[in-house]
Design a protein around this ligand. Structure first.
Ligand SMILES: CC(C)(COP(=O)(O)OP(=O)(O)OC[C@H]1O[C@@H](n2cnc3c(N)ncnc32)[C@H](O)[C@@H]1OP(=O)(O)O)[C@@H](O)C(=O)NCCC(=O)NCCS
Length: 158
């Protein structure tokens, strides 16, 4: 019983430490608004090229690579294990070399990126959008819509 209590305290403390990590990233980002939360361990590359609005939360295991630039609006939640990757390989020269092409990803206001979703480089997601669990976003998603699947397609407007 005592072991369980100790482990529970450690577990809670681990999440408290994540608050420090959120503060650390908020200083590394190109821009970071109010109320930025990390809920668990996340992986963030090139934070200096990532812009974050107000009320943004990133959940356990999410991966963001800001190499091509990532701009995230206000009231955005990035669910666990989602991936936002602003770099890709140039297919034209793939046989010769592995040349990266970096393109900015823009995410609007009031957006939920579902658990395990993948947002590819160059994509723009409008305002009031839900990207469903496991979706792979290969084309822009207009405002006021729910998009699901691989490749992601609009399920319905909201
Ligand atoms: C996208 C989502 C919001 C849609 O919810 P909904 O409007 O209640 O959708 P429904 O359950 O009525 O499903 C409608 C159709 O879309 C399909 N669908 C729903 N979610 C889907 C998904 N993530 N991927 C693929 N298809 C999906 C359903 O199978 C159904 O298809 P059908 O009409 O052929 O039967 C929801 O399914 C989802 O993915 N939520 C994200 C969950 C998540 O990430 N949680 C963590 C953070 S809170």
């Amino acid at each position: 019983m005592i072991v369980k209590k100790i482990f529970l305290i450690i577990h809670i403390l681990a999440y408290k430490i994540v608050r420090i990590k959120a503060f650390y990233y908020s200083k590394l980002f190109k821009r970071c608004g109010k109320n930025f939360y990390l809920w668990g361990n996340c992986y963030i590359k090139n934070p200096q090229k990532i812009e974050i609005g107000n009320n943004v939360s990133i959940n356990d295991g999410a991966y963001l690579n800001g190499l091509g630039g990532i701009e995230i609006g206000n009231n955005v939640s990035i669910s666990a294990l989602a991936k936002i990757v602003s770099t890709s390989l140039d297919i034209k020269v793939f046989k010769i070399e592995k040349l990266h092409i970096n393109k900015k990803i823009t995410i609007g206001n009031n957006v939920q990126i579902g658990v395990g979703a993948i947002i590819l480089s160059g994509m723009t997601i409008g305002d009031n959008v839900i990207v469903g669990a496991g979706a792979v976003v290969t084309k822009d998603i207009n405002s006021n819509s729910i998009a699901v699947g691989n490749p992601a397609k609009v399920l319905r407007k909201i």
